[in-house]
Design a protein around this ligand. Structure first.
Ligand code: CBF
Length: 828
């Protein structure tokens, strides 16, 4: 380290955070001229964005360094959030707002000849996630920093994020999202942190001089994990945490022997193979596909992260038994479950800790969050594939399973069926490793993400484990969203209006303060301001639609939005069938009736997994309906249908504040929580939804009058499905009319939609027909209520006033208190 006589000099010249506008401008120009090697003569918007980002990034790094030093000195317990997805979106606006420097940067770049909005548009989204699960991770790390918890995220630095979606002839077409074309100013490559990761090979054991059996894992392929750090600034605090993303690199650049022998292609093959590990995000949401490369990604990421965590712990020279006092690790779904096995392996094989002591450490360290009950999403790995890739881990899993089953047998003697049901190994052909069971057994707490979901996991997929461990191991932490991005950044005008009434922006740190606007729900002036902001946001979205889809929409119409991953359980098909029903009704209306009708703009957006045929058919139908309806002069402004291509976080920031109604209409019991429902309500839109996921708690908070609920309840779903399976359930008559229209070719070639229609007329697994009438009734109510502007706006204000519970800060406090046992560290 630096000799003490030199330290003063370091302190004297240490980089300081820029304070005012001029210092920012100096930094900006310095980056244009040195970092980018550009000048006043060739600085375009992209270069200006890069220079501004570099200046802001430098400021974050100063805070980041201070935070890390503080956390190291304090030497308290830290939390590590392991997530294979972090759907971060853009960083620049968020960094400026959280650091409280947006005003100086905005006016700083304006003086230098740029508009901040143009610079913000230059940034590609960091789209390292599929949907809700990845965005939740992004909200959580924002909240961990904003509430001053010492916490790191660990993920993968995919070169390609979620694919780009284009619509060609109504169909989704995918292209790669190479988001790193112009180097990423928001990451710090840590080339000095390189960790060797091993795959394949074989295991052997021997007895050492002390008579101890030692296990060794040898041979196989080796790659290197290189760390890239992304600073995560908290809002209104100096705390700047770290998101460490791993990239895979070959251990050797390439095979020189082959190169020298002229075999150029195969000489680089090894290096390319290593890089593929972290190259691409798997584009499935709520769906497991058992590809070996995916398991490789999981192990690569988990092994690198644990190596890092363990190295940090070892620096403290504490005994191993204190590991869980210093480290909490949260498993975001089952994707990082291998971490349980890896930590046990490190402890017993490398650190010489006894099995039981090691297992105690492991189980006290991990917590596991389940995000879905959908059977197709539950991860199971074939034992042969697993054994080949990770032979030592497979042995350890067998041991974990053996000890666990012995314990169960003791508790419930002679219950052979129970043993088979809870075994980590499913006795199928081939056998499978059930990752969720491993995660439960390896963790001290298991949580669901909304009340209904947390009850459902206890009574369905994990029922036997509740019998074994008792109910206390299972708990609920309802999801939340960060109000910084989803109110302050996405809807600055509403944030400013609220601040003017609440007296400060403190509600961004304590969202319960929103309650203060409730008394203004019927105040005409406040209502006017509220409505003006909604109109502004609708106009902003209308401009986006004009630019991307090429047609105008009426900002006075009701904006009805459903944007999320396209999935049968989310029931976009029910929405578009409803739109067709509306279209047919309009066509049958008299002139007088038309005058009374509420004009609507039905907005859809979302990606389908590339191999998901039914979801892709739904996208095609939406676009086909859009084409017919929007061109129909009989309909005019009464109905417009829009599919916004390539839905992502940045587009959500424009779409969410513009909704009057948003749809969250999953079959009851299928959507674990949903988080966009929270975002829409926080921005003054009302929900049309089923009694599912977090809709239930939103209803409790905002009041039944401020949400439109419909449909069967979760407890009826099994019976209804059973009826469909074993008797002829008549199709809903309105739905039949809709199907007749599709089948008669109103929306183009009907053959395209045969399987979509028969999924409903057949087993109707998602109960579209059962819920259709109730859905139409709820829509009718929405139409009527929207006409009464005063009541509508007062409901909107009341709903926002009661959204305090859904801040991700609250969720993080709950995790910290009941699962992680970590305390905030003040930066004062
Ligand atoms: O908990 C976060 C979200 O996770 C999912 O997106 C998931 O991938 N399992 C769920 O589908 C959402 O309901 C949930 O809000």
């Amino acid at each position: 380290s630096i000799p003490s006589e030199s330290r003063q000099l370091w302190q004297k010249f240490g980089v300081k955070e820029f304070g005012g506008k001029e210092e920012f401008q100096q930094e900006f120009i310095r980056h244009v001229e040195t970092t980018l090697a550009r000048s006043i003569y060739n600085c375009d918007d992209l270069a200006a964005y890069q220079a501004a980002s570099q200046a802001i990034r430098d400021r974050l790094i100063v805070a980041w360094n201070k935070t890390q030093q503080k956390h190291t000195t304090k030497d308290r317990k830290r939390v590590y959030y392991l997530s294979l997805e972090f759907l971060m979106g853009r960083a620049m606006d968020n960094a400026m707002l959280n650091a409280g420097i947006k005003d100086i940067t905005k006016s700083g770049v304006a003086d230098l000849g740029f508009k901040i909005e143009d610079l913000l548009e230059q940034e590609p989204d960091a789209a390292l996630g599929n949907g809700g699960l990845g965005r939740l991770a992004a909200c959580f790390i924002d909240s961990i920093a904003s509430t001053n918890y010492p916490g790191w995220g660990y993920g993968l630095r995919y070169q390609y994020g979620i694919f780009k979606q284009r619509i060609v002839d109504g169909y989704q077409v995918e292209s790669p999202d190479y988001w790193l074309t112009f180097s990423n100013p928001w990451e710090i490559p840590r080339y000095e942190i390189q960790i060797d990761i091993m795959f394949y090979g074989y295991t052997r054991k021997y007895t050492n001089d002390d008579g101890k059996v030692v296990h060794v894992w040898e041979g196989g392929e080796q790659v290197q994990a290189v760390a890239y750090d992304v600073p995560v600034p908290g809002y209104g605090t100096e705390t700047t945490n770290n998101l460490r993303l791993w990239a895979s690199k070959p251990t050797r650049e390439f095979d020189f022997e082959k190169f020298n022998a002229g075999d150029y292609e195969s000489s680089v093959r090894e290096s390319q193979k290593a890089e593929t590990i972290s190259a691409v995000l798997y584009p499935n949401d709520n769906f497991y596909s058992g590809k070996e490369l995916r398991l490789k990604q999981q192990y690569f990421w988990v092994a690198a992260s644990l190596n890092d965590i363990v190295r940090r712990f070892k620096k403290t020279h504490r005994p191993w038994k204190e590991f869980p006092d210093q480290v909490a690790i949260q498993l975001n779904d089952t994707h990082p479950t291998l971490a349980v096995v890896e930590l046990q392996r490190i402890l017993i094989d490398m650190e010489g800790v006894e099995w039981d002591a090691a297992w105690n450490i492991v189980t006290n360290t991990f917590g596991y969050t389940n995000h879905t009950v959908l059977p197709e999403a539950l991860e199971k790995w074939p034992v042969p594939l697993f054994t080949n890739l990770l032979p030592r881990h497979m042995e350890i899993i067998y041991e974990i399973n053996l000890f666990f089953l012995q314990k169960v047998e003791k508790m419930f003697p002679k219950e052979r069926d129970l043993l088979a049901r809870v075994s980590i190994i499913e006795e199928s052909t081939p056998q499978q490793v059930r990752m969720a069971y491993l995660a439960i057994i390896g963790s001290h707490k298991v949580n669901g993400v909304a009340e209904l979901h947390s009850e459902l996991i206890k009574t369905t997929i994990f029922k036997d484990f509740v019998t074994i461990y008792g109910p206390d191991k299972f708990m609920n932490v309802t999801n939340g969203i960060t109000p910084r991005r989803w109110l302050h950044q996405a809807n600055p005008k509403l944030s400013d209006l609220i601040a003017s009434k609440v007296g400060s922006y403190d509600f961004l740190k304590d969202l319960n303060l929103l309650k203060k606007i409730e008394p203004l729900a019927h105040d005409p002036k406040f209502q006017d301001e509220w409505v003006t902001i909604k109109k502004f946001n609708k106009a902003r979205l209308a401009a986006h639609i004009k630019q991307s889809n090429g047609f105008e929409v009426n900002v006075n119409a009701l904006f009805d939005v459903q944007v999320k991953r396209i999935h049968e359980y989310k029931r976009q098909q029910m929405n578009i069938f409803g739109v067709i029903h509306r279209y047919l009704s309009i066509k049958a209306m008299t002139k007088e009736e038309k005058k009374e009708a509420t004009p609507r703009v039905c907005i859809f957006g979302g990606k389908s997994a590339p191999g998901y045929y039914m979801a892709k058919t739904i996208i095609k139908l939406i676009n086909a309906v859009s084409e017919v309806v929007n061109a129909d002069a009989d309909v005019g402004d009464l109905l417009k249908v829009v599919f916004i291509a390539d839905y992502n976080v940045s587009k959500a920031e424009i779409i969410v504040p513009a909704s009057d109604i948003s749809q969250h209409i999953s079959t009851a019991g299928t959507e674990a929580s949903g988080t966009s429902n929270m975002k829409f309500v926080l921005n003054g839109g009302l929900i049309l939804g089923t009694v599912d996921g977090a809709n239930i708690e939103i209803t409790r908070e905002v009041g039944e009058n401020n949400i439109f609920l419909f449909g069967h309840l979760a407890e009826s779903v099994e019976d209804l499905r059973h009826k469909h399976r074993f008797s002829d359930v008549p199709l809903d008559p309105n739905l039949e009319k809709v199907f007749n229209a599709i089948e008669s070719g109103t929306f183009g070639d009907p053959n395209i939609y045969v399987s979509l229609i028969s999924s409903v007329t057949g087993s109707d697994y998602y109960l579209v027909s059962d819920d259709f009438q109730s859905y139409l009734d709820a829509q009718k109510l929405v139409d009527q209520d929207f006409k009464n502007k005063d009541t509508w706006v007062s409901r909107s204000i009341t709903a926002v006033a009661n959204m305090g519970f859904f801040s991700s800060d609250r969720a993080i406090d709950e995790y910290a208190e009941s699962i992680w046992n970590v305390e905030p560290i003040s930066m004062e």
